[in-house]
Design a protein around this ligand. Structure first.
Ligand code: NAD
Ligand code: TYD
Length: 371
């Protein structure tokens, strides 16, 4: 992997995957500059990037990807050669309750970002030229739901079933059209379920961890036999780097963990790990006793599984972290960072940026969160 100088616009860098990605770049690419554009919705947390100082290598801009004026000024002043687009509304259950924000951010926001990139095109800068790249980060959920067998490949027809996956499918099509129509150097990754540090505790693994730790019921939807293909977040971030560095324009790459698990298996593993690490419940019962089957999610996709052969063959990427190791690391991280979870659950994490940015009127001006 080269360390050719790059100037990246990373959107949604205060969320789960974006923050892990920025942390990886900080460790691995000292000459890359990252501008993190994040609206700081409920899912954006400044604590995810604690310890990363603003300066030559990193700048935070609080703003909305739907804000064309802000995007124009950032493209003009920074001369990005690379866009890595993570910003999205990302939780299926929220999309069922209120799809509007998913349409706005995931479709209109991606469109606004593509338009800005088209107007400014991506610059080539630095002594060694970095190949320009617009990487749109998407999900395997665009392919719909599998039965007991089969895998999603890059050729699988789109068949999204939730407002979330439909909005991501729309954004994928828009991104692809900007390659074919305008020659924008678009690449798309469709990734399976991520897990690891800094995941917002509304998603399966951190939610179950937190409830199990506190002795609260563990709400498993339906029969709990739905299957997801779990990918450790650092492996995903490595795949994104590989596609930025060596991917082909106009191509899609599926990224998966080769780790199919039924939801019940995942939940029982969390229970068992916690019993082992912190002891059983005060009643002496194992944490598995907290599992409670609740009403199924509407339109609940049965199974996702990825064929990641293309990215392995073309770019040599493979997941490195197996499920047992990844879950051990994840549970250890959450146990070692209980304050991080508690601050989200009690809402305190909102005060960090209300204090830092509220007084500057960042929300009102739509973007002067850049200090
Ligand atoms: P997340 O919900 O944890 O973070 C999303 C981030 O985007 C937050 O920091 C939020 O503040 C920001 N954001 C939201 N709307 C914005 C807007 N209008 N303008 C600017 N910023 C905005 O999401 P995540 O889990 O980190 O997912 C990142 C991307 O990866 C998403 O595009 C998602 O669809 C995709 N993806 C996620 C998974 C997964 O398992 N988490 C799997 C496959 C693909
Ligand atoms: P989730 O983490 O929301 O990811 P996605 O829906 O994008 O795959 O959910 C993962 C699986 O866990 C999914 O099959 C729904 C299920 N689930 C539960 O059974 N209970 C819960 O409380 C949550 C949040 C999810």
């Amino acid at each position: 992997m080269s360390d050719t100088r790059r100037t990246l616009l990373v959107t949604g860098g205060c969320g789960f995957i974006g923050a892990n990605f920025i942390r990886l770049l900080q460790r691995r690419f000292p000459s890359w500059r990252v501008v993190n554009l994040d609206k700081l919705t409920y899912a954006g947390n400044l604590q995810n990037l604690a310890g990363i100082a603003e300066g030559e290598r990193y700048r935070l801009v609080r703003g909305d990807i739907c804000d064309a004026e802000l995007l124009d000024s950032l493209f003009a002043s920074e001369g990005f050669d690379t866009v890595v687009h993570f910003a999205a509304e990302s939780h299926v259950d929220r999309s069922i309750v209120g799809p509007g924000e998913f349409i706005r951010t995931n479709i209109h926001g991606t469109f606004t970002l593509l338009e800005a990139a088209r107007r400014h095109h991506l610059a080539t800068k630095g002594s060694e030229k970095a190949r320009p790249c617009f990487l749109h980060v998407s999900t395997d959920e665009v392919y719909g739901s599998l039965g007991a067998t089969g895998l999603f490949s890059e050729e699988t027809a789109y068949d999204p079933r939730s407002p979330y996956s439909a909005s991501k499918a729309a954004s994928d099509h828009l991104a692809s059209s900007y390659f074919h129509t305008y020659g924008l150097p678009v690449r798309i990754t469709n990734c399976s379920n991520n897990y690891g540090p800094y995941q917002f505790p509304e998603k399966l693994i951190p939610l179950m961890f937190n409830n199990a730790l506190q002795g609260k019921p563990l709400p498993v939807y339906g029969d709990g036999r739905n299957v997801r293909d779990w990918l450790y977040v650092e492996d995903h971030c490595e795949a994104v780097v590989e596609v930025v560095e060596g991917g082909r324009d106009g191509e899609t790459y599926n990224v998966g963990g080769n780790n199919e698990r039924q939801n019940l298996e995942v939940v029982t593993l969390i229970c068992d790990l916690l019993d082992r690490k912190v002891g059983p419940l005060p009643s002496g019962q194992p944490r598995r006793s907290l599992i409670t089957h609740v009403a199924d999610r509407l339109g609940h996709d049965r199974r996702y599984a990825i064929d990641a052969g293309k990215i392995r063959r073309e770019l040599g990427w493979e997941p490195k972290v197996g499920f047992a190791e990844g879950m051990e690391r994840t549970v250890d991280w959450y146990l070692g960072n209980r304050r991080w979870v508690e601050d989200i659950v009690n809402g305190a994490y909102r005060f960090y940026y209300d204090e830092m940015y509220g007084k500057l009127g960042a929300a009102a001006t739509g973007g002067r969160g850049d200090l």
